[in-house]
Write a protein that binds this ligand. Structure first.
Ligand SMILES: *Cc1c(COP(=O)(O)O)cnc(C)c1O
Length: 394
């Protein structure tokens, strides 16, 4: 059988670098390679390129450039926030209690679990059936010794957009810092850190058509937390190490493009995603869609196919050149049921039948027609096998 087509429906796992982004990056590997800390011309040019990228990222979220600190990705920004806020607050004697949610990315969850082993207390908020974390549940969890609230902006598995502005307000009413992991939100919804009252925010480049291994932490002016990586004075003395110059330039360009195309991108993805969901419901019985349909990542479709295994669907779709994921990409190598689907109350056997499709700028309606054609065959074949098996009592 010859490979007919390739369709990539895993844009929440990562995105391809756009041509315009790559074009901006390439000179910074070769002729424009100067160390941004050097005082001669090619060093100063590199420094200027970083300043430009900082302004581009700041522009996408309505921050001042001086509030944007480049990191080695979204995970680092999450780790930096949690560990540095925790330690700074504890040192000042302000408390050792952190509030987060059960549906965070592992970069936040595992950092919190590590902090628990080191004497911090963490409350993991429950969410509603559609993945929403309510301001009321946050209010109820706040204690006199709470030092940080960290709740994600958009969930990476089920696409639910959290009421970040209202959550930040609850935190601030009690004088507590509010951090959000906005890796899935950047370039997929309008973000205004000032209007929304966000104190700290994690971002990643490779989810917005920029290069991998690059990201940023937004930190509101006036917030003082220690460095996470110690050494030189890079990033206003907050993140040591010679900068990933091409990565930063690429992230900046990707952020600029994301800002220019935001409304178009949201409309394109929403239309294609809705078409995918409509076609699934029309052609395949016994499916359930997870997440909030109104406040949702424009590209996300998270679907339970009852009675069968998501892993089998994934592998068979892969044989047709189609890339999707089961639950979250990070858990795709283990059979542990997704913590997010468990938190919204999906039973274990149905969690195993869940597929996450995420569409992006390069997804076409023809791609979806092809996917529906393959998916319909794959699901009915797997269900035939599973019903034969269950009749045999396997
Ligand atoms: C991808 C992702 C991250 C990790 O970002 P990296 O740049 O890959 O480290 C963190 N949080 C969420 C919600 C993500 O989707």
């Amino acid at each position: 059988m010859s490979q007919t087509r390739r369709v990539y429906l895993d844009y929440s796992a990562t995105t391809p670098v756009k041509e315009e982004v790559l074009k901006e990056m390439i000179p910074y590997y070769t002729e424009k390679f100067g160390n941004p800390s050097s005082l001669y011309t090619i060093g100063l040019e590199s420094k200027a390129a970083i300043d430009k990228a900082r302004a581009q990222v700041a522009g996408l979220i309505n921050a001042d450039p001086a509030e944007v600190y480049f990191t080695g990705g979204g995970s680092e920004a999450d780790n930096w926030t949690l560990f540095s806020v925790a330690n700074a607050m504890k040192t000042k004697g302000k408390g050792n209690h952190i509030i987060t949610s059960k549906i965070e990315h592992h970069a936040v969850l595992h950092s919190c679990q590590f902090l628990e082993k080191n004497g911090f207390e963490v409350t993991y908020l429950d969410c509603e059936k559609d993945g929403t974390i309510t301001p009321e549940s946050l209010e109820a969890a706040i204690r006199p010794d709470t030092i940080l609230v960290s709740i994600m902006f958009i969930n990476n598995e089920i696409g639910t957009i959290e009421p970040v502005e209202a959550l930040a307000k609850v935190a601030h009413d009690h004088g507590i810092l509010f951090h959000t992991d906005a890796v899935q939100a950047l370039g997929n919804t309008h973000i205004d850190v000032k209007k929304m009252g966000i104190d700290m925010m994690s971002m990643s480049s490779h989810k917005i058509y920029g290069p991998k291994g690059e990201g940023a932490l937004y930190m509101r002016k006036g917030i003082k937390i220690p460095s996470f990586i110690h050494g030189g004075a890079q990033e206003m003395g907050k993140r040591a190490g010679t900068e990933n110059l091409p990565g930063i330039v690429g992230f900046g360009k990707a952020a600029e493009l994301a800002g220019e195309n935001l409304d178009k991108h949201i409309k394109h993805c929403t239309d294609i995603r809705n078409y995918l969901l409509d076609q699934i419901k029309k052609n395949i019985p016994d499916v359930v869609v997870n997440g909030n349909m109104e406040h949702r990542h424009p590209g996300n479709a998270n679907v339970i196919f009852e009675y069968i295994e998501g892993e089998s669907i994934l592998l068979l779709l892969d044989s047709f050149g189609i890339a999707v994921s089961t639950g979250s990409a990070c858990s795709s190598k283990s059979l542990k049921p997704s913590h997010v689907l468990a938190a919204i109350g999906v039973p274990d056997e149905m969690i195993h039948g869940t597929i996450r499709f995420t569409v992006g700028d390069f997804t076409t309606k023809e791609d979806i027609d092809y996917v529906i054609d393959c998916l319909t065959k794959v699901v009915s074949r797997l269900r035939e096998i599973s019903s034969v098996n269950s009749k045999k009592g396997w």
